[in-house]
Design a protein around this ligand. Structure first.
Ligand code: PRE
Length: 275
């Protein structure tokens, strides 16, 4: 009986060591780039989901929502309340997650998970979601939906906006991890630029144009593959392909916004790296 019990204790100890090892993770430039590649899928599927609805402008205006004791749009309402529930469930304990309304979050109610402390101490203060929110509402939605369509599904629209915004935010803020890997690989190159607060120099040093071009081409191709209707007919009308999201919208989104904002997050992170 004693031997049996001892065996179980040993198994539990081994499991917790293995779990701890796994939680520690192993960050390399390849592994962080792999995360960005996987996030492309979430963003493209998020765009496909959002495209089920027209613009639904009432989702974004305070005048329409008119929610008692809440002076903002329905999107704000859905995001603030969903983030609050997810915060209680521990979402923002993961350093990869950054809330849109950090000032409104309740504390987590769940047992903490031992996430790897890979980033520098000040990393959590870098949150560029205000900027992401502004480009999403003022630029992306307006340029993407060229007509002012309305089908009344405002809450559903806000919910799909939120999951898309979260995927975009995760991608951009993952720049902190990319920057940390780059810094650890070549501290001697980064340190003088950080000390001199040379944003331009840092931007130049972390930029790899060939990788950016590959990302832009790949997301365009993914949008074609994921956004195509699947039928069982062999005679797919090749010339009449209609994508659920215009692949050009996806590549432009990456080129004009997601890559530049990821680089901004990288620079912001590096600037505080020696504090
Ligand atoms: O892969 C990198 O090295 C990154 O820093 C990420 C990223 C991107 O946003 O995709 C940003 C800057 C580089 O110029 C290339 C790509």
């Amino acid at each position: 009986m004693m031997v049996y019990r001892f065996g179980w204790v040993l198994v539990l100890i081994i499991c917790s060591i293995v779990r701890c090892r796994m939680a520690k993770g192993n960050y390399t430039l390849d592994s962080v780039r792999d995360v960005l590649v996987r996030e492309e899928d979430s963003i493209i599927f998020g765009l496909i989901e959002r495209a089920k609805f027209p613009l639904n402008a009432n989702t974004y205006t305070q005048n329409y929502s008119n929610i008692p004791s809440f002076g903002a749009s329905l999107l704000n309402f859905v995001v603030i309340n969903t983030e609050a529930v997810q915060a209680k469930g521990g979402r923002y304990k993961n350093p990869e997650e950054n809330p849109f309304f950090p000032e409104k979050l309740p504390p987590s109610l769940v047992k903490p998970y031992p996430f790897t402390q890979f980033l520098h101490a000040g990393a959590s203060s870098i949150n560029i979601n205000k900027c992401i929110w502004k480009f999403y509402i003022d630029k992306l939605l307006i340029q993407w939906f060229d007509s002012l369509g309305d089908d009344g599904n405002y809450a559903q629209t806000a919910a799909s906006d939120l999951s898309l915004l979260q995927a975009i935010s995760r991608r951009i803020h993952y720049g902190k991890f990319v920057a940390e890997v780059k810094f650890r690989e070549s501290p001697k190159k980064y340190e003088p630029l950080i000390r001199a607060k040379d944003k331009e120099g840092l931007m130049k040093l972390l930029t790899v144009k060939s990788v950016e071009e590959m990302v832009i081409k790949r997301v365009e191709k993914k949008a074609m593959v994921y956004g195509k209707d699947v039928t069982l007919n062999n005679d797919d009308k090749k010339n009449e392909t209609k994508y659920k999201v215009d692949p050009l919208v996806v590549s432009t989104l990456y080129k004009k916004w997601l890559i530049p904002l990821t680089k901004d997050a990288e620079v912001e992170y590096l600037l505080q790296r020696l504090d």
